[in-house]
Ligand binder design. Structure first.
Ligand code: B4P
Length: 193
């Protein structure tokens, strides 16, 4: 199996691009954010626990995020590859994922880290709020909190993979199509398709 991690700050287009790149590579797309939002809608125990965290712009505990990915992999052992959208989100999640990589023999793993100007991020999230009304996009205070959390806890994910020589920074400021082409150049270099 091969994996592509799409990382970057909230609103950088992780979800938008992960779907497109998964289709391009013939890989499965897995978004921890989407799974959590589905659990919230279904009013499950996990959903109740996740709701308060997500709505306030915070992360769910690392163990929960790791368990979601482990379960997905257990149930999808024979797929060609997966595009991870929103995971790993902390250094701890990177370390846990490394254990999984060894366990299930993931041959190739590359992190694509999207770089987007902060004003662009804020505009995109406020626009998304008008369309989808997501509580975590509902005020500039929550958005700024999420951006701070990114700097403190998720930027180290990019640094972790940069240090391992497994990460490329990609300009995420252009149109959806331009950004897709930027990512495609990277994945087509590293992945066997
Ligand atoms: P996510 O679902 O990952 O969402 P996000 O970071 O807010 O957005 P994303 O970057 O995917 O942006 P999108 O493509 O939608 O996380 C939500 C929450 O879940 C987290 O805050 C956290 O609480 C929790 N969570 C998830 N995973 C976790 C984990 N592993 N551990 C702990 N907690 C976890 O794009 C944003 C908007 O911009 C969209 O409206 C889109 O249409 C627009 N857009 C995209 N690309 C554009 C472009 N090129 N130009 C203009 N607009 C664009």
């Amino acid at each position: 199996m091969q994996t592509v991690i799409i990382s970057g700050p909230p609103g950088c287009g992780k979800g938008t691009q992960a779907k497109l790149i998964a289709k391009h590579l013939g890989f499965e797309h897995i978004s921890t954010g989407d799974i959590l939002r589905r659990e919230i809608l279904a009013l499950t125990e996990l959903g109740k626990l996740a709701q308060a965290k997500i709505d306030d712009g915070n992360f769910v505990p690392d163990e929960i995020a790791c368990e979601m990915i482990t379960n997905f992999i257990k149930n999808n052992q024979h797929i060609k590859g997966m595009v991870l959208d929103g995971f790993p989100r902390t250094k701890n999640q990177c370390l846990e994922f490394d254990k999984l990589i060894k366990l299930i023999n993931i041959r190739k793993n590359i992190c694509v880290s999207l770089v987007v100007d902060v004003n662009n991020l804020k505009t995109r999230l406020l626009n998304r709020n008008e369309k989808y009304n997501r509580p975590d996009d509902s005020s500039i205070e929550i958005i700024e909190h999420r951006l701070r959390l990114y700097d403190e806890r998720t930027k180290p994910v990019t640094d972790y993979y940069l240090n391992k020589g497994q990460c490329e920074l990609v300009n995420g400021n252009g149109s959806v199509n331009e950004v897709f082409n930027n990512i495609k150049t990277v994945t087509d270099k590293y992945m066997e398709i």
